[in-house]
Write a protein that binds this ligand. Sequence first.
Ligand code: PLP
Length: 230
Amino acid sequence: MNTILQQLQQVHDRIAAATAACQRDAHSVHLLAVSKTKPIADIETAYHAGQRQFGENYVQEAIDKIQALSAPCPDITWHLIGPLQSNKTKPVAEHFDWVQTVERLKIAERLSAQRPAPLAALNICLQVNISREPNKSGVLPEEIPALAAAVTELPQLCLRGLMAIPEATDDHDKLTTQLLELQQLFDRMAQIYPAMDTLSVGMSNDLEVAVACGSTLVRVGTAIFGSRNA
Ligand SMILES: *Cc1c(COP(=O)(O)O)cnc(C)c1O
């Protein structure tokens, strides 16, 4: 059996075990396959095994893939999970289904203005800097309510949730504390904005703890497609 198919199955098994371990419904956690730096053939392999949501980090690389796959794999949902500069918002608004890395109102305003009218609203997650590392992307938790209030006013966007990249740490308690704070923030926001149904957290190495702390969307690259070249 093909390695990608085997590894994809292993990730599904890990998600099933993680949800069972905390009495969550297996279908409450979705899998985003992170295909950055990987060839189109790898995406097609995962697609033919039923995978439909893919995440990419680099705008130009992603748009090349989106265009190449629009005919053979027409129902892929594409998520931007890498940083977005304001001079790249237009192609992103035109080609992606989700942008998970919004951290400034100016970027959100540009995405809304540049989203073509015939397309459905662009789905948005706000990126939260839960570890408060100084050089890390994302807004601080206490800044989320004001940004969320402003983003929900934008007509061509739909605010769907929060996204975070936890600190790379071996300290399980510290990681769990940060993830539980994120879950509380998410729950508070979702009460105010019912369209917020997505907590995007958990990667190849930490998806189990993320699922235990309420993740609804795990973003997995290496564990599906193998390690990336630098
Ligand atoms: C690359 C990347 C991932 C996937 O990480 P893996 O460790 O390969 O699973 C998830 N989220 C973001 C934001 C990434 O940049």
